[in-house]
Write a protein that binds this ligand. Structure first.
Ligand SMILES: Nc1ncnc2c1ncn2[C@@H]1O[C@H](COP(=O)(O)OP(=O)(O)OP(=O)(O)O)[C@@H](O)[C@H]1O
Ligand SMILES: [Mg+2]
Length: 472
C-alpha cells in the first residue's frame, strides 16, 4: 500500500515540484494550499505524513501543527522553513514536529528525511507490538504447584470454556491480568481480540467514551466517530482492570451493557449490539465499596458470577521454587544467559520473605539477580536486600510497579539501542546539513545552530565528521 503524504504550501509552483518528486519515489501525494484546507483534508483522509511550510497567510504551519497535535499525537509532521529562520524550526521541533527542511529544498535531502521518518515510525510501532506480544505470551504460562494454586488452574480451565463473567480478586502482582489472559486464550474466543481497559486510568467522561465510543461532535474535540472498547472486543473478551475505580455514574450504563449486550455511544441515540465476554479484576474489597456507596450492589452481583481469588504469594510459598525455575528459564532466553539454578541458601531467603509485591516483585528480583550473576548458579548474595526489607504484614509499604510500567521497562531495554542509533544519526544529519551550508566553517555553523563553538567542534569530532570535506 502506498504511503499518503499531504503537502501544505501556498506557492503552487513549489508544491508541484515536490509532488512530482515524491510521486516518483512511490508516494501518493496530496496538496493543500493553506492551513484551513489542510485541516479539512486531514479530517477526511488518513495521511501517513504531513509536509508543511511554516510561513503561510492566515493559519501558519505552527498553528497547523498545534491543531494536528491536539487531535492526533501520532502523525509525523515535517516543517519547511525559510533558510535563515532557525527560530521557527526550533519552535516546531519543540511542538512535536519530527524534522524540518530548509528552503530552497534539496529534493534528494527531502526524500532522505521522509524515508528516515518512516523508518522511525516502524520502530515506534514495533515497540507497541512488542508490548502486546509480551503481555500475550505471558498469558500462556501460568505457573503454580501448590494445592491452593492448582484449584485456581482448575477454575481457569473450567470457566474458559463458558461465556460466564469472571471477577478476579487479589493483591497487586498476584497474577490477575495473567489469569485473564489465560482464560481468554483457552476459550473458544481466543482468535478474537482480548481488549484491556484500565478503569483507574481515565477520568469519568473519557472512560465513558473509551468504553462505549462516541459520535462526531458529541463533545469538543470529538472530530470523528470513535469506536469504544466494547465494540472493538466484539466476539472476544473485554478485561476491565481495576473495576473498583469505575465512577458510580457510569456503573448503571456498564451494568446494562453487560446484562443486555447493548449500549449507546456517547452523543448517539442509536443502540449498538455486541457479543462480549467480561472479565473484571480488582485489588480492593468491593463489598466494602458497596457499604460506602461507591459501588453498585447490582453490578457487583452481575460481575461476581464466577469469582476467582488469587491468594498472596506468602500464603502459597510452595509455588516459589516453581516460579523461580520458570523465571530462570524465561530470563536465560531474554538475557542470553545460561544460569542452571539457584543455591539452597538463596532459595531459603526467597521462601521466607514476605513478598508485598507478590509474583511481580519476585519476577523483578529474579531478573535483577540474573543480570548481575556472572556464574551459572544464583547465590544468596543477590538476595541480600530482601533481609533489609520488612518481613511482616505491612501491605502497601513498598512501591508496586504496575504491569504497563514493567513491560515498558523491559521494552525500553530492547528499544534503547535502536533509539540511540537513531538519535545519533539525527544529530549527524543535522550537523552535516549545517556544515554544508557554511561550507565547513565551524564558527558560522556555531552561529546558525546556536551550539557553542567548542561543543560543536567536539560533537563533530565524536561523530567522525571531517569539516574539510564541505569546503567546496
Ligand atoms: N502464576 C504465575 N506464573 C507465572 N508468572 C506469573 C504468575 N503470577 C504472576 N506472574 C507474573 O507476575 C507479573 C504480575 O502479574 P499480573 O500483572 O498479572 O498481576 P496483577 O494481579 O494484575 O497486578 P496488579 O494488581 O498490580 O495489576 C507478570 O509479569 C506475570 O506474568
Ligand atoms: Mg493488573
Amino acid at each position: 500500500m502506498k504511503k499518503k503524504i499531504l503537502i501544505v504550501e501556498n506557492e503552487s509552483r513549489q508544491a508541484k515540484l515536490w509532488m512530482t518528486k515524491l510521486e516518483e519515489e512511490g508516494y501518493k501525494v496530496d496538496w493543500a494550499e493553506n492551513g484551513k484546507t489542510a485541516c479539512d483534508k486531514i479530517s477526511q483522509e488518513n495521511y501517513h505524513l504531513i509536509l508543511s511550510d511554516i510561513r503561510m497567510p492566515q493559519m501558519d504551519g505552527l498553528q497547523l501543527l498545534d491543531w494536528i497535535r491536539e487531535r492526533d499525537k501520532e502523525i509525523p509532521v515535517i516543517m519547511i522553513t525559510a533558510f535563515a529562520d532557525v527560530d521557527s524550526a526550533v519552535r516546531a521541533m519543540k511542538k512535536g514536529a519530527y524534522d524540518y527542511v530548509k528552503k530552497p529544498i534539496d529534493l534528494e535531502e527531502l526524500t532522505q528525511i521522509i524515508g528516515k521518518v518512516f523508518r522511525m515510525k516502524v520502530l515506534e510501532e514495533e515497540n507497541v507490538y512488542l508490548k502486546n506480544e509480551l503481555s500475550r505470551k505471558s498469558g500462556m504460562l501460568v505457573v503454580g504447584e501448590s494445592a491452593e494454586f492448582k484449584k485456581v488452574m482448575d477454575l481457569i480451565a473450567k470457566v474458559a470454556k463458558t461465556k460466564s463473567t469472571v471477577l478476579i480478586n487479589g493483591e497487586t502482582g498476584t497474577g490477575k491480568e495473567l489469569v485473564a489472559n489465560a482464560i481468554h486464550y483457552n476459550s473458544p474466543r481466543k482468535n478474537a481480540p482480548l481488549v484491556v481497559v484500565n478503569c483507574a486510568a481515565l477520568p469519568e467522561n473519557l472512560l465513558e467514551s473509551e468504553l462505549f465510543g462516541h459520535i462526531k461532535g458529541a463533545f469538543t474535540g470529538a472530530y470523528e466517530d470513535k469506536k469504544g472498547k466494547f465494540a472493538v472486543a466484539n466476539s472476544g473478551t473485554l478485561f476491565l482492570d481495576e473495576i473498583g475505580a469505575i465512577p458510580v455514574n457510569l456503573q448503571s450504563k456498564l451494568l446494562r451493557a453487560i446484562e443486555n449486550q447493548q449500549f449507546e455511544p456517547v452523543g448517539s441515540t442509536k443502540t449498538v449490539f455486541c457479543d462480549v465476554r467480561i472479565i473484571a479484576a480488582t485489588n480492593i474489597d468491593l463489598k466494602k465499596a458497596i457499604e460506602k456507596g461507591e459501588f453498585r450492589e447490582d453490578l457487583y452481583y452481575r460481575l461476581n458470577v464466577f469469582p476467582i481469588y488469587l491468594s498472596p504469594l506468602r500464603q502459597r510459598t510452595g509455588d516459589i521454587p516453581y516460579l523461580v525455575e520458570h523465571f530462570i528459564k524465561m530470563y536465560n532466553i531474554e538475557l542470553k544467559k545460561e544460569i542452571k539454578g539457584i543455591e539452597k541458601e538463596a532459595l531459603d531467603v526467597l521462601m521466607s520473605y514476605y513478598w508485598p509485591g507478590n509474583v511481580r516483585e519476585l519476577e523483578n528480583i529474579m531478573e535483577r539477580a540474573m543480570v548481575l550473576c556472572e556464574r551459572d548458579i544464583l547465590t544468596a548474595e543477590f538476595f541480600k536486600m530482601l533481609h533489609n526489607k520488612p518481613i511482616g504484614p505491612k501491605d502497601g509499604l513498598l512501591d508496586q510497579k504496575p504491569l504497563e510500567e514493567f513491560i515498558n521497562y523491559q521494552n525500553e531495554k530492547k528499544y534503547s539501542e535502536s533509539k540511540k542509533k537513531f538519535i545519533s544519526s539525527f544529530d549527524k544529519n543535522f550537523l552535516i546539513r549545517t556544515l554544508k551550508e557554511t561550507k565547513g566553517n565551524i564558527t558560522k555553523a556555531s552561529h546558525i545552530s546556536g551550539i557553542d563553538r567548542k561543543n560543536l567542534y567536539r560533537k563533530i569530532k565524536s561523530l567522525g565528521i571531517d569539516p574539510k570535506t564541505f569546503k567546496n
